[in-house]
Each structure stands twice: as structure tokens, then as C-alpha cells.
Design a protein. Structure first.
Length: 263
């Protein structure tokens, strides 16, 4: 199946590593030019170079912190100055810190709202006028399985990501007449650098091995393993692409069956 992404312009936020990088690489493999951002210039440039080498497409790297409003404005402006359009926007950011209610402060909540919700809101404020003017586009928000099934010790993610889903559903409705589709992808356990580090930390704390810690997690996953980042990236690329032309307002779980609810 041709996804129809050849020659499209995609902006993928928070993409120096992990899910964002996998998504940017997948879109580039499909022939889209990609713009990526992250806070630190060194790793960002290295990722841009590796995607360029692997795919031959143009990759624009813009250092930016998506929780800082001026950075998001500058990011979108830089992409529009360079490419003149944004066909695909993928919102993403680092995860908010873990913690239970009394471990966290109201300031932690406000910082997490800036990181998880307002980054997506501001990226949409940047891209939507351009998409509307150019006659359409597609937005995919990377969220988490926590929007379907709250996860222990992840109060901020469980709470604030639901607001991102509210944004996605409402924008899908509002922007459909402009030819703009808006969807969310909800990863379950995916083996990114962050998750590999988390397994090592848990093993050190519990006197076990990372493999034993992974086995505790995968015991609850019907497919019996974590996802590889590219498995999530393929779902994002499909939803973002013209091949998904009649799909808007969905939250697609990519979780190996871990969520047990019927709907
Ligand atoms: P990661 O830490 O491996 O990568 C995060 C990327 O975002 C990095 O490139 C980092 O530089 C960048 N980044 C972080 N904060 C940023 C900021 N403020 N501005 C710009 N760039 C920033 O994480 P990941 O595993 O790829 O996860 C990505 C998102 O998906 C996170 O929000 C995470 O909570 C969520 N998620 C991940 C999993 C999983 O299993 N990996 C599961 C569910 C949800």
C-alpha cells in the first residue's frame, strides 16, 4: 500500500530519540521531508544526520523546548520559512515525572500541563492556520495507554493526557471541514532508550536483572513482549498519511493487547 507521503512535509516534535525519532525516520522512509526538534542541539543534529543518511530526504533540525511557548513559535516559523507548508504534525514530548498524589506538588502539575498539554496545544496553534490555508493536513498526538487505563504511580500522565484526547476529539470535529484530520496514538510499553534505562533502574533497586523486570511487565501483555519503536512509528505514519483519509478523531492503542477493556 502506498501511504501517499512522498513529498509531504512533516513536523515531528521531541524527536532526537525514542518514539519521536522512530516516527520521523518512518515518515522519511515514506518519502516525506521532516523537521524535528528536541532541547539539546548535539543529539538532535546527530539524529537528523542519521535520518538523512538512511533515507536521502531533507531533514531540518530545530533545537526547541516544546514546553516553552517562544520555542514552539520559533519552531513552527522556521519550518514554514523553510518548506512553506506543514502536511503532517506529530505532537510529542518527554513524559511527565512519575509520582503519587502526595509526592507531587501543584507546581509539578503546572509544569506537566505545560509539557504534556500546552506543547500539543501550541503546536496546533502554529500548524493549523497553515494547514487550513493550504487546504488540509493531518495531526497525530502521541499520548499513552494511560488515557484508556490509568497506570499506577503515573498520576500526571493519567490526568493530563486525557486533556490531550479532549483536544484531539474536539479538533477532529472542528477542523474536518478544512480537510484536517486529527488522531491520537496511544503507546503501551515500547522499548525506547528511556524504557531500557527504567528497566536497569528497577533491576538495580530490586536486586534483579533488566530481563526479569521486563518479564514482570510483559506477563500482562497478550503479545508477550514490548513493542519496538518502529511498530509504533508505522501506526503513526499510517494515521498521518493520506491512506487514512477517512479516519479522524480516533485514539489508536498500540499496546500488544495490554488494555483489557471492551471499548
Ligand atoms: P524518550 O525519553 O526516549 O524520548 C523523548 C524525546 O523527547 C527525546 O528526543 C527528548 O530529547 C525529547 N524531549 C523531551 N522533553 C522535551 C521538551 N520539553 N522539548 C523538546 N523535546 C523534548 O521517550 P519515549 O519513550 O520516546 O516517549 C515519548 C513519549 O511517549 C513520552 O511522553 C512518553 O511518556 C510517552 N510514552 C512512552 C511509552 C514507552 O513505552 N516508550 C509508553 C507510553 C507513553
Amino acid at each position: 500500500m502506498d501511504l501517499g507521503l512522498e513529498g509531504k512535509i512533516a513536523l515531528v516534535a521531541a524527536a532526537s530519540r525514542g518514539l519521536g525519532r522512530a516516527v520521523a525516520l518512518q515518515l522519511a522512509k515514506e518519502g516525506a521531508s521532516v523537521a524535528i526538534c528536541a532541547r539539546n542541539e548535539g543529539p538532535l543534529k546527530a539524529t537528523a544526520e542519521s535520518i538523512r543518511e538512511a533515507t536521502g530526504v531533507e531533514v531540518l533540525a530545530v533545537p526547541a523546548d516544546v514546553s516553552v511557548p517562544e520555542d514552539v513559535d520559533r519552531l513552527v516559523k522556521t519550518v514554514l520559512d523553510r518548506f512553506g507548508r506543514i502536511d503532517v504534525l506529530v505532537t510529542n514530548a518527554g513524559g511527565p515525572p512519575p509520582g503519587r498524589f502526595l509526592d507531587l506538588t501543584p507546581d509539578d502539575w503546572e509544569a506537566a500541563v505545560r509539557l504534556t498539554l500546552m506543547s500539543a496545544v501550541r503546536l496546533c496553534y502554529g500548524a493549523v492556520p497553515a494547514m487550513r490555508e493550504q487546504g488540509g493536513g493531518s495531526i497525530v498526538a502521541i499520548t499513552s495507554i494511560s488515557v484508556k487505563q490509568p497506570l499506577p504511580n503515573l498520576l500526571l500522565s493519567n490526568s493530563i493526557r486525557l486533556a490531550v484526547i479532549g483536544l484531539v476529539k474536539t479538533l477532529a470535529d472542528e477542523l474536518a471541514p478544512d480537510g484536517i484530520r486529527v488522531n491520537a496514538v496511544c503507546p503501551g510499553w515500547t522499548r525506547t532508550e528511556r524504557v531500557v534505562q527504567l528497566l536497569k533502574d528497577r533491576a538495580a533497586r530490586n536486586g534483579t536483572t533488566p530481563e526479569e523486570e521486563a518479564a514482570k511487565i510483559t506477563a500482562a501483555i497478550p503479545l508477550g513482549r514490548m513493542a519496538e519503536p518502529e511498530e509504533l512509528a508505522r501506526a503513526v505514519a499510517f494515521l498521518a498519511s493520506p491512506a487514512a483519509s477517512y479516519i479522524t478523531g480516533v485514539s489508536l492503542l498500540v499496546d500488544g493487547g495490554m488494555y483489557r477493556g471492551a471499548m
